[in-house]
Design a protein around this ligand. Structure first.
Ligand code: SF4
Length: 369
């Protein structure tokens, strides 16, 4: 008989053993509990049932093509107005040059940026084609639902046509950001110009219908309530029940430095681990839960492998967005450093591609398709 310091967790343990789905109240119980070891035990039970001792990572690089953005969300330290100090936009040639210097071992290019009115739809297509040409072994994971909605508007194409066109140019996958927390209350206060939850869900569902897998994220640690976190997770679970197109969930710890919310404290290690565990427990239909070391630091991400996470993301070259908001993590890790984090925690590293296939079984994507 398992003993929990917080007796309320016993009910959740019973449900897990009976393969019962957790509900909204269970989500609140997890978030309100201070029995972190108990919560970790529950999440690790589920994690090991799905993945055993495997822990995934990918050799990837980031491309943040512009930080000029018309939305200017209050929580964002990355965005600038056109002409403002620090504003930048990479030309197609800049990106080609940058990628030409990258290793062919890269299996995933993660690309997101601001909504920059000076860029045409053709620019995006050229960038996708360039990545495909220069790094043929890499899957292209690009554009949040917010950018996809924007591209549909500037191109005058329907959402379906937008996806068709982007896919033909090389788009493989969406990183899944942009919903932040699906709460109209939070949206009105922090990101009023950004698309709302209905449009976000519509875009992601359409991506899945086109065979484009996505991740999904949640930005936590700002003004959201526990109820809003649980509600967000359950909305994602509902979407996944419908489409099955999400591969990983990534909790994103809010960094307030250089934002309009710089008065807010950083998230705590306790809360970071709890979010990973809550996600593993509530998102029973998501294959993977990612501990994004850029946001929570390498050491806590390593610990998170025992709290429900099965993926450490990747080596990541040139992360800009979180570091502009004060992240103190490294700007990139070597393959050896990531594998060391995994093995030192007692897990078995699996180098994966963007679709969670072990890389030694992977062929060049565009030849396979
Ligand atoms: S979060 Fe995204 S949409 Fe919002 S201001 Fe920053 S770059 Fe623009």
């Amino acid at each position: 008989m398992k003993h929990f310091n917080d007796l309320k967790l016993s009910g959740i343990w019973k449900k897990l053993q009976e393969n019962q789905r957790l509900n909204f109240e269970d989500g609140l119980t997890i978030y309100n509990s201070h029995d972190l070891i108990g919560i970790g035990f529950l999440a690790d039970f589920v994690r090991q049932k799905i993945h055993g001792k495997k822990a995934y990572y990918v050799i990837n690089r980031h491309v943040n093509y512009t930080n000029v953005c018309i939305n200017r969300c209050r929580f964002c330290a990355f965005a600038r107005d056109e002409g403002q100090e620090g504003a930048y936009t990479l030309s197609v040639n800049d990106i080609r040059k940058m990628l030409s210097q990258s290793s062919q071992q890269i299996r995933e290019v993660h690309m997101v940026g601001g909504l920059n009115p000076s860029l045409s739809f053709d620019y995006y297509l050229e960038v996708l084609k360039s990545i495909r040409e220069i790094l043929p072994n890499a899957a292209i994971k690009a554009f949040t639902a917010v950018e996809i909605d924007y591209l549909s508007r500037i191109s005058g194409l329907s959402l379906e046509e937008t996806f068709e066109t982007l896919k033909a140019a090389g788009l493989d996958m969406l990183p899944g950001g942009g919903a932040e927390v699906m709460s109209e209350r939070v949206r009105h206060r922090l990101f009023p110009r950004k698309i709302g939850q209905n449009r976000w869900l519509e875009v992601i569902e359409m991506a899945h219908r086109f065979g484009i897998t996505t991740n999904a994220t949640m930005l936590y640690g700002h003004i959201e309530t526990i109820e809003e976190r649980v509600d967000h997770l359950l909305k994602l679970r509902q979407l996944q029940d419908k489409t099955g197109g999400c591969s990983a969930f990534i909790p994103l710890a809010f960094h307030s430095k250089n934002t309009q919310l710089s008065n807010l404290p950083s998230t705590t290690g306790f809360d970071d681990l709890k979010n990973i565990a809550a996600a593993r427990l509530l998102l029973d239909n998501f294959p993977h839960i990612k501990a994004y070391w850029i946001m929570i630091g390498e050491k806590l991400a390593q610990v998170a492998l025992s709290f429900g996470a099965d993926d450490l993301d990747g080596t990541i070259l040139e992360e800009k967005i979180t570091h502009m908001a004060g992240a103190t993590s490294a700007k990139g890790l070597t393959r050896g450093q990531i594998e060391h984090l995994i093995t030192a925690a007692g897990f078995a590293p699996v180098q994966r591609d963007a679709f969670y296939e072990p890389v030694d079984r992977v062929e060049v994507y565009h030849e396979r398709a």
